[in-house]
Design a binder for this molecule. Structure first.
Ligand SMILES: *[C@@H]1O[C@H](CO)[C@@H](O)[C@H](O)[C@H]1NC(C)=O
Ligand SMILES: *[C@@H]1O[C@H](CO)[C@@H](O)[C@H](O)[C@H]1NC(C)=O
Ligand SMILES: *[C@@H]1O[C@H](CO)[C@@H](O)[C@H](O)[C@H]1NC(C)=O
Length: 175
């Protein structure tokens, strides 16, 4: 009798355990390409240097330089295409030789399928390479428990307007 009860308890435990494991296993993969419209000129500015001891034009290779961004993120490459998110965060030039920045960026979705959800990107950004890659370390809303990676590639830069278009591809695992 006692051993029957034990077997039942064990079976019940195994069933719950298996269910929990199955639930955990349902990770979805989402891939997307989005475009950061980055304005560092004097009109519609979306990236500025956090004032430090020096002044002058933005110099991303100056160790310790800090920048704050609120870039519009569009669905397509065109400046006027559908706005789906904002790229809000900080970049700090953290390599002594100026080659790398540390990026801390929230992708805040404001429209489309992921409206109200956010993603957190963080990592060492080899800022002068053609393609940069940082980790996606988390998210909220539809991206709870997200992890993955994001690439960045500057597709164009207009020095007169200070306007850059940066393509970002993200591969995400989330529930
Ligand atoms: C830039 O700002 C002006 C207003 O100052 C606005 O008319 C224009 O649409 C903006 N351009 C973009 C691309 O956001
Ligand atoms: C940017 O800063 C670096 C490191 O301090 C310096 O070598 C370089 O001349 C600066 N570039 C400009 C355009 O000021
Ligand atoms: C990003 O995705 C686009 C569209 O699929 C592709 O053309 C491009 O090569 C990708 N960029 C990188 C760095 O993987």
């Amino acid at each position: 009798m006692a051993s029957n009860k034990l077997t039942l308890a064990l079976l019940l435990f195994l069933a719950i355990f298996t269910y929990a494991k199955a639930k955990r296993g349902h990770l979805k993969e989402t891939k997307m390409s989005v475009y950061y419209q980055d304005y560092s000129g004097d009109r519609n500015t979306t990236v500025i240097e956090i004032p430090g001891p020096s002044t002058g034009p933005l110099n991303f290779s100056k160790f310790g330089a800090m920048f704050v961004t609120d870039d519009p993120i569009t669905e397509e490459i065109g400046e006027g295409s559908a706005l789906i998110a904002r790229g809000r965060g900080l970049a700090v030039t953290t390599a002594l030789d100026g080659s790398n920045a540390h990026l801390l960026l929230s992708v805040v979705f404001i429209d489309g399928d992921y409206k109200g959800s956010t993603l957190e990107l963080q990592g060492s950004d080899p800022q002068f390479e053609q393609v940069r890659e940082v980790a996606v370390v988390g998210g909220t809303g539809k991206f709870r428990l997200a992890r993955g990676y994001a690439t960045f590639e500057t597709l164009s830069y207009d020095p007169v307007r200070g306007h850059a278009v940066i393509q970002s591809n993200m591969t995400l695992l989330h529930y």
